[in-house]
Design a protein around this ligand. Sequence first.
Ligand SMILES: Cc1cc2nc3c(=O)[nH]c(=O)nc-3n(C[C@H](O)[C@H](O)[C@H](O)COP(=O)(O)O)c2cc1C
Length: 163
Amino acid sequence: MKTLLIVYHSMTGGTQQMARAAARAAATEDSLQVRILHAADAGERDLLQADGYIFATPENLAAISGVMKDFFDRSYYAVLDRINGRPYAVLICAGSDGQNAARQVERIATGWRLKPVVPPLIVCTHAQTREAILQPKVIGLKDLSLCEEVGATLAAGLVLGVF
Ligand SMILES: Cc1cc2nc3c(=O)[nH]c(=O)nc-3n(C[C@H](O)[C@H](O)[C@H](O)COP(=O)(O)O)c2cc1C
């Protein structure tokens, strides 16, 4: 059985909802195991045991979040040249931008020789003020359904062995 690993970090809940939506859709594939892990709990073993990945992170200070960066820092050389060619997708939750975080994940994934299966999905929560940024986020149904599409695409491709 193939395994899809979803690694996420979230401070105010937006990215977590996006990651869960992708996981929910992927889990409708019968012959696929879906693992969703907080970035602080994920590492080398989880990456090696999976056949494909979704990396989901907020954009903080024009970068992936620190906890997500720590996950990549801990894992990067541990799995380098051991996961080549596996498919991946990226989910970004941002206030108004998200491009830099997406680029960062893409560069890391390129170093790992992973294969992108869809363009990075960036969802903007339009939080700009101090109060709005610190508030818990609610991701709308339309954006959640885009996250579900990413999960379903990766899941179907893994099961069919098309990547
Ligand atoms: C410290 C900090 C820095 C942020 N920097 C950016 C940024 O550079 N670009 C952006 O679009 N949003 C930025 N945001 C907004 C977050 O990306 C936004 O609130 C998003 O919903 C966070 O995702 P989360 O709910 O999963 O934590 C920042 C938020 C925080 C807390």
